[in-house]
Design a protein around this ligand. Structure first.
Ligand SMILES: NC(=O)c1ccc[n+]([C@@H]2O[C@H](COP(=O)([O-])OP(=O)(O)OC[C@H]3O[C@@H](n4cnc5c(N)ncnc54)[C@H](OP(=O)(O)O)[C@@H]3O)[C@@H](O)[C@H]2O)c1
Length: 350
């Protein structure tokens, strides 16, 4: 199968390339960039030196659809909704890394993203690309919207406990710590080394856009409205997200029951590990340990004092939070083993 990446010069594009170039069942046939057209890929993604002689080409949809069976779109939000209709009509499968097809309700785009959707008719055709929730739909989809990185970590942490129906559904707090690559490769003053080094910066205490997709996906599980209070912090990591989720329960729960609930949901999942140990440094999920892998590590603790369940989840934002999940989606869409090309073990120490 031939794959292409539209917007391949960014961080997600680079991570997709790292995975796809090693994937045994696909060939990367085309990668696009406006800024670097004509340049070797390894000049922008130096980790790929010696792995490929591909060059970036100027974005051209008909050239891409001629060469590819599936196309990843790895552009900022607002771009893919202008080009997806043409690709969709060609019959080539699409995995969009941006937010443009994640939300089902077109009215949510002006509210959360500040623009009106250019192809709202495709929203109902798009499948939210979180395999743990929508595996069968992804298998049948021609258009998959890969989840936002923070959204993926929060939804995976919360879905099993939400499903029990025993939570205060309007009183759920998600506190995230995110590494700098989560903001993409385009430099700004706030990403400048002197301004970002050592920070624990609350950059979106309220109103983060990923709230919309977290609420959408969790509400769909119980067919009732779930409200999420999300606060995001940028911290001194390059990769990684830790989501600390506070859930207030409608009746007391003990740790054995929580284990049972999470094992029941995720026991057979290839990329979810339950982490809660009595000894050692890494007793709970830690982004450091999943760096470069497609794992989402999930752990928890019960606070009997306030009848609160704290669920922690750690992912690499560029892997399970982006390219790793996208390749998992691709494997499902193309009928490959779901874990193909994603089995690498993480580094320690890193
Ligand atoms: N970073 C993460 O952790 C993460 C996680 C999950 C999802 N995402 C989503 O994935 C997408 C890419 O993120 P990123 O972090 O890779 O961003 P990035 O590093 O800024 O890369 C953006 C890419 O899009 C291209 N591009 C920018 N404007 C364009 C336009 N108007 N038309 C065509 N191409 C354009 C850029 O290439 P040229 O300028 O060279 O053309 C570049 O290749 C975003 O929608 C982001 O929200 C990111």
């Amino acid at each position: 199968m031939n794959v292409g990446i539209y917007g391949a010069s960014g961080y997600v594009g680079g991570e997709l390339l790292r995975l796809l170039l090693q994937h045994p069942k696909v060939t990367v046939s085309a990668v696009t960039s406006n800024t670097y057209a004509g340049e070797y890929v390894f000049r922008v993604h130096p980790n790929l030196r010696g792995e490929t002689n591909l060059k970036f080409e100027k974005p051209d949809i008909s050239s891409l659809t001629d060469k590819c069976d599936i196309i990843f779109l790895s552009t900022p939000h607002g771009v893919s909704s202008t080009i997806v209709p043409e690709i969709y009509d060609s019959g080539v499968k699409i995995i969009d890394m941006s937010a443009d097809f994640r939300l089902k309700n077109a009215d949510d785009y002006p509210k959360w993203y500040g623009w009106s959707h250019r192809s709202p008719e495709l929203l109902e055709k798009a499948v939210y690309g979180l395999p743990e929730l929508h595996r069968d739909d992804i298998r049948r989809a021609n258009l998959v919207a890969c989840p936002g990185c923070m959204a993926a970590s929060a939804i995976l942490a919360l879905a099993p406990i939400i499903q029990t129906g025993k939570v205060e559904k309007n009183h759920i707090i998600v506190d995230t710590k995110v590494g700098s690559s989560g903001a993409g490769s385009k430099p700004t003053l706030s990403s400048h080394h002197s301004e970002h080094y050592s920070v624990v910066r609350p950059y979106k205490p309220v109103g983060h856009r990923h709230t919309a997709e977290i609420e959408q996906e969790l509400s769909a599980i119980i067919k009732d409205e779930v409200k999420i209070s999300l606060s995001a912090h940028s911290v001194n990591m390059v990769r990684g997200i830790l989501a600390t989720c506070h859930v207030f329960l409608t009746e007391p729960i003990n740790p054995v029951d929580v284990w049972r609930i999470y094992r029941g949901s995720y026991g057979d999942e290839p990329f979810i590990r339950l982490v809660r140990d009595r000894r050692g440094v890494f007793r709970y999920p830690d982004p450091k340990i999943v760096t470069g892998t497609n794992y989402c590590d999930i752990g928890f603790e019960v606070d009997r004092n306030t009848n609160r369940l704290v669920v922690l989840s750690a992912i690499d934002n560029l892997m399970k939070g982006a390219a790793g999940t996208a390749v998992q989606d691709m494997n499902l869409m193309l009928g490959f083993d779901e874990s193909e090309g994603l089995k690498g073990i993480g580094l320690h120490p890193v």
